[in-house]
Design a protein around this ligand. Sequence first.
Ligand code: MF3
Ligand code: CO
Length: 255
Amino acid sequence: MIVVKTPREQDLMRKAGHVVALVFEALEGNIHAGMSTLDVANIAEKVIRDNGAYPTFLGYYDYPGAVCVSVNDELVHGIPSKHRILREGDIVSVDVGATLNGYIGDACRTYLVGIVPENARRLVRITEECFWEGVKHARPGARLGDISHAIQVHAEKNGYSVPREYTGHGVGSKLHEDPYIPNYGEEGTGPVLKEGMTLAIEPMIAEGRPECRTMKDNWTARMKDGKLSSHYENSILITKDGYEVLTMLKEDHHG
Ligand code: MF3
Ligand code: CO
């Protein structure tokens, strides 16, 4: 069942999303070679807590980190570690959940560490573009498959693949609500979108083959072929005539 949020709940979703946006503002320009993935997570956790929120992922199915920090061929769910040191040329995705007054914002950015090869920069750029291509279709009356399809087409026409094991999702008072939102699909299929739905749309895109596997830590998902992967996510609200991005500062919003 897809939950439609009341105006009051929509406002709480805006406030939780704003905390996530503040995390990215703090991280932007501050991720450097020599930092550990735990250093990155600690910056994020401090912003979340200083704003009265709780790091949603911490303890979720026993996940041990405050946020997820995934480097290069790690697709998602990298556990922050003081032993994992970022190097010049890495790409690092930081996936952030913040719970404020019972409502959740969930979003992810992939950052460049220093000077990064052109192929990696292109992957990161196209992954973000996939989000915007998908979200263009977000409005009441559209079908969920319209979003999924647009993400898949943009990734594949640029020579990339779409891992199947992880998807976007509804988000609200729970991190994962209906519907699941695959990054692949057919136009004109799936649930009809309605005003008041809140969705986490999250393209996860691979440079090589789409298969991934879970590491021995039981969380980190890594590409089987060892090639790069990138992740970009925002929580959005379906509005009367389109959508509102909840996890970006207004001045960054170019939807
Ligand atoms: N943004 C991710 C998701 O929506 C992060 C979940 S990590 C977990 O699935 F640890 F909380 F599972
Ligand atoms: Co998510």
